[in-house]
Design a protein around this ligand. Sequence first.
Ligand SMILES: [Zn+2]
Length: 251
Amino acid sequence: MFDSHAHYLDTAFDPDRDALLASLLGGEVEGIVEAGTDKKSSFAARDLAHSYGKVYFAAGLHPEYAERYGEVPEWLPGLIADAKCVAIGEIGLDYHYDDPAREVQKTALAIQMELARSYGKPVVIHDRDAHADCLEAVRGFPQVRGVFHSFSGSAETAAELVDRGWYISFSGVVTFKNAVKTVLAAQSVPLERILTETDCPYLTPHPHRGKRNDSSYIRFILERLAEIKGVTYEEAERITAQNARDFYGIA
Ligand SMILES: [Zn+2]
């Protein structure tokens, strides 16, 4: 199983980060992508990726930190060029609190999409309550490919993204009892375009909702996806892990 989006640098893992990662990667977890959200976490993600063969990283500015920049952050191109950097992310739009202002977030997203275009790197999109504007950004950069992480949009939005060559990543939300919209989206996306992620320590799948999340819980997401797609667990695991390798360019 592959965890395509995680935050092991979160303080929730301070007590046992190294022991946990060693045990996960020594078991069924074949790869983890640690997602940066700002300068500090992107550099730390790089360091984590260089400590574990099966950990890779994404570097970028999450919309929450968008107010700090009006141009390409001077530290970002160097990280993107790192051998274990597999994507620019997480980047995107978060209109939940409307802070920073939408126009500021859009500028930061456009700057990083342009960077992805010029470096030929995929992007990891964070889209919270901003489906229409995220899709608009995707349309504005037809050469850029990416994934919508912890997808929360409609089946229609997913269909357009798939048509454009993008991937859709499902988190523990797909296991929640009230996740009707997310399940409909998962039904509509071909298994060959689906990634699995924890977004840990957040979004812990049912039946462990409320506890700290980690990559071993990808199994609950795979169980649900197998059920939704009408395939075996093994098939869901094999195909989604291969998708992650294909998407991130991991041999
Ligand atoms: Zn995340």
